[in-house]
Design a binder for this molecule. Structure first.
Ligand code: PLP
Length: 347
């Protein structure tokens, strides 16, 4: 079991996902409704060997963040959008929905209780992991009648690591039309592990998935949407039903538009990337997701050839967008789209 944070510690370690806050939230579904939830010290839970989620994958999750604001309070980022996506995922996995209040009050209470785990350094945050899984005990394939909804949190440091090298995947498929690519179900991540493992053996950090039919159009990366700057325009694959509607993606699009940049959501073929790299119009590529916020891409491997991108600096659009988003979350500038849910500090 990974260590839980002492309530006085606010300095997260640099390895993502290794520190926990002291408490967790648990709500159970039985008899056709979500029961009164409770908050308890973080602890192990009992799972029967016949637990349906372990065998047939009725297991879904969200990944969210809370930030220490400059006035000392805490802001939880885009709670409504995460809740909507959680319910879309649950519907696709045949799991009963959660009301906004059940979801949001659970997060607010937990964050308030473990508020001292929210770090303050620039780029750091409290990661929030709500998840739901089937709890029926049966080894026949069926829709579970009972579920557990758990939330735990943990401080995470800024992940402004070195730029990543990505490989365009043209053999394996992450998601096909009509499948589950647009939702956050556990099985999507398991299915991505082996192709990603192969790419790592070849020296790449992540994959850029492509469409399942032609393996030509760029979709997204492991746990990030992908964005490019081509001819000074922010370009990102349109939501096609096979990629996740990322909260960071949607926020960066909005921030870019607010700052007056051109944004295009459309199909992007790897042939376009090759041409734009050759004529110099492709100036930036980056992943966008809750965990890393923005992860610069330095190399894109397409059909065995590496295409190298220029290094980013403070004039790069990706860095401007990252800093603007951070400023909104920390209350340094106005939250004009009402993205922050404020949890007052326990002073
Ligand atoms: C497959 C996938 N795509 C994109 C993202 C980025 O989404 P978000 O910005 O909501 O974290 C994630 C992370 O949640 C993901 O798992």
């Amino acid at each position: 079991m990974i260590a839980t944070e002492s309530s006085t510690a606010t300095k997260p370690t640099t390895t993502f996902g290794t520190q926990l806050s002291p408490h967790m939230f648990i709500g159970r579904y039985s008899g056709g409704q979500w029961q009164t939830p409770e908050i308890m010290p973080y602890q192990n839970i009992n799972i029967a060997p016949t637990n349906l989620a372990l065998h047939y994958g009725q297991s879904v999750f969200e990944g969210m963040k809370a930030f220490r604001m400059k006035d000392g309070n805490v802001s939880v980022f885009r709670m409504k959008k995460h809740h909507e996506r959680f319910n879309r995922t649950m519907e696709r996995m045949c799991i009963p929905p959660l009301s906004y209040d059940y979801f949001a009050n659970g997060i607010k209470e937990l964050v308030a209780l473990d508020e001292s785990s929210v770090p303050a350094e620039n780029g750091s945050s409290l990661y929030i992991r709500p998840f739901v899984f089937a709890t029926d005990e049966s080894f026949g394939v069926k829709v579970s009648d009972t579920y557990a909804f758990i939330i735990f949190t943990g401080p995470v440091a800024a992940l402004y690591g070195k730029p990543v090298k990505v490989k365009v995947e043209t053999e394996y498929t992450r998601a096909a039309e009509g499948g589950t690519g647009a939702v956050k179900c556990a099985g999507n991540y398991a299915a991505a592990l082996y192709p990603t493992f192969l790419a790592k053996q070849d020296g790449y950090d992540q994959l850029l998935w492509t469409d399942s039919k032609n393996h030509e159009f760029i979709e997204e990366s492991g746990t990030m949407n992908v964005m490019f700057v081509i001819n000074d325009t922010l370009v990102t694959p349109a939501l096609s039903g096979t990629i996740l509607d990322g909260v960071t993606r949607s926020s960066l699009i909005q921030v870019a538009q607010d700052l007056g940049y051109r944004v295009q959501q459309r199909k992007i073929s790897f042939h376009e990337l090759i041409a734009a790299s050759a004529d110099g119009s492709l100036t930036e590529a980056f992943g966008a997701g809750t965990a890393a916020v923005i992860s610069s891409i330095s190399v894109i491997n397409i059909l065995g050839k590496d295409y190298t991108l220029p290094a980013t600096d403070e004039n790069s659009l990706s860095i401007k967008l990252r800093d603007q988003l951070e400023a909104i979350r920390r209350g340094d500038i106005a939250d004009q789209h009402n993205w922050n849910t404020i949890v007052p500090a326990n002073r």
